[in-house]
Write a protein that binds this ligand. Structure first.
Ligand code: PLP
Length: 371
C-alpha cells in the first residue's frame, strides 16, 4: 500500500485525515518562533509554563477560540493532552457515576470506539445504531431511543473513517450532549450552547498533535465519578486553567496561531462557505464519473471527509500511487473501511481540490492497464 508521499510534483497537497494539511505561512511563523519567540531571544519551547509569557500566550489562544466559536460564559475551555481517544475514556471516568448510564449514538468507527472506551468504566446504552445500514447514513434522530435519565448522550459529529457528518446537533432535551468533534472542529460555526461537552484533538483541523481541546459546560465540572489522577480530572484542570502540570507548549502555541489565522480569514462562517464549496465540487466530480462510487447517503455526506470507492476495486492501488506521484498525497481510506478518502480541512486550498478533480477525470478516462 502506498503510505509514504515521495513525489516529484512541484506542489503537494496533503489529503490525510490527520495530522492534516497546515497553512504554509503558519509553519513558517512557528519555525521562526522556535528560534526566537516575540523578539525575546528565547525559543517558544523554552517558556516556563508558569511564566507570564506562556500564561499570556495561552490566554490569548483561549480568547481567540472563544471569539471564533462564540463560546458562551457558561462554558469553560481546557487545553489538555492525551488525544481524543484518551478523552473517550476520560470523559466517562469524569462524568459517568456508578449506577448511572450514558447514551451513545453509533454512526461509524469513531463513535464505536468512543462507546467501547466508555464501557470500560461505566454503563453504556446504545440509543441508535447505524451499523445495519453499513454506516452510510445517520439514524434519524426521531427514531433514537434516548434515556431521559442518561448522564449524557454522545455523538461523533464527523466520522473520519466512514465519511458521515451531522448537519446540526440533535435535540437531547435535558440530557447533556457530548460530541467528539475532532475532524470537523473549526470547519463551521457551532451552537456551543447546545452542548454539554465538546472534545477535539488539534491535529486534524486545529493545529498539531499533542493538544486536545475541551469545551465543557460549568455544571458538568464536578468532582469526578471516581478517583482520578489530577491531570485527568476536568474540574481540577478547569480550576488550574489547564496548568495542573506542563501543558503541550508548542501545540498550544500553534493552535493559537491557527485561531488567529482563521479570525483573519473571515472566521468560521467563511470556513464553512469554503468547505461547502470544496466538498460540493468534489462530490459533483465523483458523481459525474461512473468509475467512482460514494457510499454515503447524500444528506449525510461529510463536507470534510470525502469517501469513495472505485467501481473496479482492483484499480484502487494504482489510483492512490498515481495520485501520489502527482503530489496528491495520502488518499488511502481508513483501514477499517478501505477505499479512498480525501480530507478537506481548512488549510486545503481550492487549488488542491482542482488538482484532485483534474486527476479524477484523467484517471477515469484511461483504460485499465492489462495485468
Ligand atoms: C482522529 C480521530 C480521533 C483520534 O484522535 P487521537 O488524537 O489520535 O486520539 C478520535 N475521533 C475522531 C472523530 C477522529 O477523527
Amino acid at each position: 500500500m502506498a503510505r509514504s508521499c515521495s513525489t516529484d510534483a512541484a506542489r503537494r497537497f496533503n489529503f490525510a485525515a490527520g495530522p492534516g494539511q497546515l497553512p504554509p505561512e503558519l509553519l513558517e511563523q512557528a519555525a521562526a518562533d522556535l528560534l526566537d519567540w516575540a523578539g525575546t531571544g528565547l525559543s517558544v519551547l523554552e517558556l516556563p509554563f508558569g511564566s507570564i509569557e506562556f500564561r499570556d500566550l495561552m490566554a490569548r489562544a483561549e480568547v481567540d477560540l472563544r471569539a471564533l466559536l462564540a463560546i458562551p460564559d457558561s462554558h469553560r475551555v481546557l487545553f489538555l493532552q492525551g488525544g481524543a481517544y484518551a478523552h473517550m475514556g476520560l470523559l466517562a471516568m469524569n462524568l459517568l457515576a456508578e449506577g448511572r448510564s450514558a447514551d451513545y449514538v453509533l454512526t461509524g468507527h469513531w463513535s464505536e470506539r468512543a462507546a467501547a472506551e466508555a464501557r470500560r468504566f461505566g454503563t453504556v446504552r446504545v440509543a441508535a445504531d447505524g451499523a445495519d445500514s453499513g454506516y452510510r447514513a445517520i439514524p434519524p434522530p426521531a427514531e433514537w431511543q434516548l434515556d431521559p435519565e442518561a448522564v449524557y448522550c454522545h455523538i461523533t459529529s464527523n466520522e473520519t473513517a466512514h465519511g458521515v457528518q451531522f448537519r446540526e446537533p440533535p435535540e437531547t432535551d435535558a440530557v447533556p450532549l457530548v460530541a467528539g468533534m475532532t475532524s470537523d472542529f473549526l470547519s463551521a460555526p457551532v451552537p456551543v450552547e447546545r452542548y454539554g461537552l465538546i472534545y477535539a484533538s488539534a491535529q486534524k483541523n486545529a493545529g498539531i498533535a499533542g493538544l486536545t481541546i475541551l469545551i465543557i459546560r460549568d455544571d458538568l465540572l464536578r468532582a469526578p465519578a471516581r478517583p482520578l489522577p489530577a491531570v485527568f480530572d476536568y474540574a481540577r484542570q478547569a480550576e488550574a486553567a489547564s496548568r495542573v502540570n506542563t501543558p503541550p507548549i508548542f501545540a498550544v502555541h500553534f493552535a493559537g496561531l491557527l485561531f488567529r489565522w482563521l479570525l483573519d480569514h473571515g472566521g468560521l462562517a467563511e470556513a464553512a462557505r469554503a468547505s461547502e464549496r470544496k466538498s460540493a465540487r468534489l462530490y459533483a466530480a465523483l458523481d459525474a464519473e461512473p468509475l467512482y462510487q460514494c457510499p454515503v447517503a447524500a444528506e449525510a455526506r461529510s463536507r470534510i471527509t470525502v469517501r469513495f470507492h472505485l467501481a473496479d476495486p482492483a484499480r484502487e492501488r494504482t489510483f492512490i500511487e498515481r495520485a501520489q506521484r502527482r503530489g496528491l498525497c495520502f488518499l488511502a481510506g481508513h483501514p477499517a473501511v478501505g477505499g479512498i478518502r480525501a480530507s478537506l480541512y481548512n488549510a486545503m486550498p481550492e487549488s488542491g481540490v482542482d488538482a484532485l478533480i483534474a486527476f479524477l477525470h484523467e484517471f477515469a478516462a484511461e483504460r485499465p492497464a492489462p495485468d
